[in-house]
Write a new protein. Structure first.
Length: 270
């Protein structure tokens, strides 16, 4: 079967202690460090200049003004950007799972995207699905200053559509499954994202780790924009009902194991 190119798409305690049989507890030993447990040898890399520059730019940007002027599709907030702690944890996951292929559903300005790319090996790849071209272009200005930017590919448009295309590509002979998935998008579709990921044969590897952001209000589209006074404010659903439903769904699945850490639901097949 002929290969289908992705270019067709627009561009305290140990956290894993809950998993008694998980490979996260004893990841493969690096070749250059025989006899040393890689989880003990790992240390969070110092944030590069490009990563720090994105963080500062996101913090300083007028996101309410951008939305009111029609520059962004939804009202975004600076606090949606991945924190230092979140980035360090994601990089730790990349290291301990030895992930080469990473999927990010909902990337915002790409702080987490770049952090993931910087942690993957030289032949690694991070595919970021994002609805809004404004934030993708915003982040690209800084990502291009990092040597890891070549590992990043963006797919613009509704994530559910892009994910459906990836599910189709997963049935082709040349497709390589994702080793790590980070879902940080709208809560209304989080269950559908998860179902596609876990049910589509070949989309994720058998040992893949799926991380889902469980923060209320984050990534939610606005119900209305209040323009009276400044700054402008948006009302939005919290998404808590969808968060609780997914948490319950995962807990009831006998074939899955999960734990929560740092605002993320971490899921892996048993």
């Amino acid at each position: 079967m002929a290969c289908v190119a992705l270019s067709g798409l627009a561009s305290g305690a140990h956290a894993a202690a809950t998993f008694p049989n998980s490979h996260l507890l004893a990841p493969a030993t690096p070749v250059n460090n025989p006899g040393v447990n890689s989880s003990a040898a790992w240390a969070a890399p110092k944030a590069g200049a490009a990563l720090q520059a994105i963080r500062e730019a996101v913090h300083d940007e007028d996101w309410a003004g951008n939305f009111s002027e029609g520059l962004t599709k939804i009202h975004m907030r600076a606090e949606w950007s991945a924190s230092d702690e979140r980035c360090s944890f994601l990089q730790w996951l990349v290291f301990t799972t030895q992930a080469r292929k990473v999927l990010e559903i909902g990337s915002f300005c790409g702080v987490g995207t770049l952090a993931l790319a910087e942690a993957t090996p030289s032949d690694g790849n991070v595919l970021a699905l994002e609805l809004d071209p404004f934030v993708v272009n915003f982040g690209k200005r800084f990502q291009m200053n990092s040597t890891s930017s070549q590992k990043i590919q963006h797919v613009l448009g509704p994530a559910i559509d892009s994910l459906a295309k990836l599910a189709g590509l997963a049935q082709t002979a040349c497709f390589q499954p994702f080793d790590l998935v980070v879902v940080d998008a709208d809560k209304a579709l989080m269950q559908q994202y998860f179902n596609i990921l876990i049910e589509t044969p070949g989309l994720v590897s058998k040992s893949a780790v799926i991380c889902i952001d469980m923060t209320p209000f984050k990534g939610q589209p606005p119900l209305r924009l209040k323009k009276y006074g400044f700054p402008y404010k948006c009302d939005a659903e919290s998404g808590q009902a969808e968060i609780d439903a997914l948490r319950h769904f995962v807990k009831e699945r006998a074939d899955l194991m999960s734990y929560e850490f740092g605002g993320l639901l971490i899921v892996q097949r048993k």
